[in-house]
Design a binder for this molecule. Structure first.
Ligand code: GLY
Length: 555
């Protein structure tokens, strides 16, 4: 079912005035109807897109706790209309100060099962609370008491959990039971909740109130910090006071480039998203992607992804710890060299780039939203706690579900993580370091159109955004980008994953003859949230992925 709503076209006269100032309306697309509603509530109180972003981020933490939360982190890509400032807020988690490169390995150097995935030992130091405080203080108009109010009300009064939550809780009940504080909140008397379950999060409401009142100190110091530290240490984790107190949000310059006249602005390291996206687009800019040759287009898109994801694994990590040759990776000349290695009649086996065979699985984790306000302020943000329900661990009394983002490090360099991504030393664990991400909040801009898009989906995030950008380049709108059927290659494992229906038999056979191997996913994947401002028509449109339960609205 379509989740697209388009604003009424405005008169030409109004268009001329407003086009210079902003669209005059606002659009929000988020992964949950209650989060979209929270964003509009704040806009209606005089807030701007940044205030709405605080409200939507916090509401998602409450209503979609399996996907993101204040125990996790994220990247917020912003543009302020008044001065054009474009920046990425990096609220990515950091490794605790006692973290060591081999902390998840046994005495034989093998990764210990689940150690980086379940329980307090798997959790990085959360960045989301600090990012919301920063966003509010430096970009918003309203106090946190107002912007966090919708999330606090949802946590305190509860809400009826949706189908996605019910399925996620059923699938993770064994892990949630390992943390009594998590089980009490997210299960129904120790059992998988049934449809109609009302999710109440009173402790989380109190923690959000402390953040609303005290800012960062409401989480990183005082009562909340004490509960988090006690709970984490009791649960076998290694956090220290200073890890919480020293957490800092970073403002980073996004990565940017051009693709067929489109300005592409995207997430900078420690996300790999923007670099992989731009490298793939640079490679593809030398090919004609013809609608009447879907097989040929898909072949070169897959080959571009293979090469860009290979560089992810080789070079990308936290720029505060490793030198990333970003200028080279984003250079059209470098892409030309990679393009020259693509044969139109044959797939390159990934083992020609490196050797290893790995498996991957992707869950319904992470979340995304996009907002444009009436002034033309933009926010597109991807937030995560990594796996579904993160580490499945709650520190008693805090209501905070902790991430298991430590698994996004190369836990054992050269070995795959839960997404099948193989990292190298650039993404090895070190104290205070940010783990490499795939989150890819992206702004696209031409003279006439501004688009915001992004999605959850682990390592498949970048290929989903890539397909969205290519569709934007064809002139299509948000409903098309979010609905497009998806396929993906990430260098290793050397297999094209595709959701049911994304490739027809003829395409699978034709691409197999070129040497590609295939794996159909068990179900559709992704949950893209996108908005478009068509400046020429002064029209806003927004769309929420039909695979999810989100709502996109223009008001
Ligand atoms: N935890 C998923 C990501 O950051 O890519």
């Amino acid at each position: 079912m379509s989740k697209l709503i388009i604003s009424l076209a405005l008169s030409a006269l109004i268009f001329n005035v407003r086009a210079a100032e902003g669209p005059g309306h606002a659009a929000i697309a988020s992964a949950h109807p209650l989060a979209t509603r929270a964003g509009f509530e704040v806009l209606e109180q005089g807030g701007n897109a940044f205030d709405a972003a605080v409200a939507v981020s916090a509401a998602l933490a409450v209503v979609e706790p399996q996907s993101s939360g204040i125990g996790g982190g994220g990247f917020w890509l912003l543009r302020r209309a008044s001065d054009g400032k474009t920046v990425m807020l990096d609220g990515r988690e950091t490794a605790p100060s006692e973290a060591r490169p081999d902390m998840y390995l046994d005495e034989y150097g093998e990764p210990r099962a689940q150690a980086s995935l379940v329980g307090a030992f798997a959790a990085g130091v959360p960045g989301l609370p600090a990012a919301l405080v920063h966003l509010s203080k430096h970009y918003g108009r309203l106090p946190l008491q107002k912007t966090l109010a919708p999330a606090i009300a949802l946590a305190e009064s509860g809400f009826e959990a949706g189908e996605r939550y019910i399925k996620a809780a059923a699938a993770h009940q064994a892990e949630l039971k390992q943390s009594p504080a998590a089980a009490v909140i997210f299960l129904d008397q120790g059992k998988a909740p049934a449809p109609g379950f009302r999710l109440l999060q009173k402790d989380l409401a109190e923690t959000l109130k402390r953040i609303a009142k005290q800012g960062g100190d409401g989480f990183y110091r005082g009562q909340t910090a004490a509960m988090l530290l006690q709970g984490v240490r009791d649960g076998g984790g290694i956090w220290q006071d200073k890890d919480l107190q020293n957490y800092r949000v970073q403002e980073r310059t996004p990565v940017s480039g051009e693709y067929r006249g489109i300005r592409v602005i995207s997430a900078a390291p420690p996300s790999s998203g923007g670099a992989v996206l731009l490298e793939a687009l640079n490679i593809l800019s030398g090919f004609r992607l013809l609608p009447d040759d879907p097989l040929g287009s898909k072949h070169v898109i897959i080959e571009a992804e293979r090469r860009a994801y290979h560089d992810r694994d080789l070079y990308l990590g936290d720029p505060g710890f490793v030198h990333i040759p970003l200028t080279r990776l984003l250079s059209p000349d470098y892409a030309a060299g990679l393009r020259a290695s693509i044969r139109l009649d044959r797939a390159l086996p990934s083992e020609m780039l490196s050797t290893s065979a790995v498996q991957s699985h992707q869950g319904d984790n992470t979340t995304h939203f996009s907002i444009i306000d009436r002034y033309g302020d933009l926010v597109t943000a991807t937030l995560s706690i990594n796996s579904v329900f993160g580490s499945c661990f709650v520190a008693a009394g805090s209501g905070v579900l902790l991430n298991d983002e430590m698994d996004d490090f190369a836990v054992a360099p050269g070995r795959p993580n839960s997404y099948g991504l193989v990292g190298g030393n650039a993404n090895a664990i070190a104290p205070g370091k940010r783990m490499l991400s795939s989150m890819t909040p992206t702004i696209l801009e031409t003279q006439d159109r501004i688009a915001l898009l992004g999605t959850p989906g682990g390592s498949r995030i970048v290929s989903m955004v890539l397909l969205g950008v290519l569709d934007f380049a064809q002139g299509h709108g948000p409903e098309s980008w979010v609905s497009i059927q998806r396929y993906h290659h990430q260098y290793l494992p050397d297999v094209v994953e595709y959701e049911p229906g994304a490739l027809n038999d003829e395409e699978v056979q034709g691409l197999s003859r070129l040497g590609h191997r295939f794996k159909q996913t068990a179900k559709p994947y992704g949950d893209m949230q996108a908005v478009l401002w068509d400046k020429k028509k002064n029209q806003l449109s927004a769309a929420s992925d039909p695979r999810g339960e989100g709502v996109a609205e223009v008001r």
